[in-house]
Each structure stands twice: as C-alpha cells, then as structure tokens.
Design a binder for this molecule. Structure first.
Ligand code: NI
Length: 136
C-alpha cells in the first residue's frame, strides 16, 4: 500500500538573485527586487513528502523523527538565518531561486533517504508563491 508521509519545516534566509556576467541593470530588469545588491530575506516554508509502502511490521512508512532529523541536518542548520549566496556551498555557482533551493534540498535529502521512497519537496518563498520538485 503506497502512502505519503509529510513533514513541515521552516527557515529564514537571505539571498540575492543575479548573474555575475550581467550588468546591474539587466539583473534588476530580470530579477526585480530579488536582485537587491544588499540582499534581502524570505521566510521559507518547506514540506517534505515521502512516498512508499507501509512497513507491515511497524505500520510506519518512515519514522518521522528520523525524517525530522534529516531536515534539521540538511536544511535547517545549514540554511536558517544564513545568507544563501555566501554561506551555502551549492549557491556559490547557482542562483538561489525558489526552484534551485527546492532542487538543492531534494538532492541533499536524497542522499539520506533510502531509494525505496520517493521524495517530493514543496518550498514556499511567500505564502502564495511555491514550487514543487520531485526529482524528475
Ligand atoms: Ni527574494
């Protein structure tokens, strides 16, 4: 029986969207306020969904305490109250858009969670704007 278990999390982080090979004018034109050279913050909300088969022995899909711990180690500790561009390795060369942040989170969690489970990451950059990545 396939079932999906979800865990919510939250982090605050600063970012700037820009390309080094573009002028400030072009960066502002494409990325708007998110290209402010002084950086700015967002309150990110995260939902991590894990899909798979219920273990008949325990009745669990995944121990949510364990999933919580992976999210703490892979997302909250490295991202919360950080400048994503300057303090998170992946964004040294990757624009920290909501899309790319969701992909980075998915890749980090994929390293920790067994292949028996599918993972879906939903990342809210604002209460109304969110992206979903499931590794495709
Ligand atoms: Ni922004």
């Amino acid at each position: 029986m396939r079932i999906k278990a979800c865990r919510k999390a939250h982090f605050n982080a600063a970012h700037r969207l820009y390309r080094k090979d573009w002028s400030d004018e072009k960066n502002t034109q494409i990325f708007g306020k998110c290209s402010n050279p002084k950086f700015h913050g967002h309150n990110y909300d995260l939902v991590v969904a894990v899909t798979g088969d219920v273990d008949p022995e325990t009745g669990f899909l995944i121990d949510l305490k364990v999933l919580k711990q992976y999210i703490v180690e892979e997302v909250e500790e490295p991202f919360d109250h950080k400048n994503l561009n300057e303090e998170v390795e992946e964004f040294e060369t990757l624009n920290p858009t909501a899309e790319n942040i969701a992909i980075v989170i998915w890749n980090r969690l994929r390293q920790r969670i067994t292949d028996r489970f599918d993972i879906e990451v939903t990342l809210y950059e604002t209460p109304r704007n969110f992206v979903i990545y499931s590794g495709e």
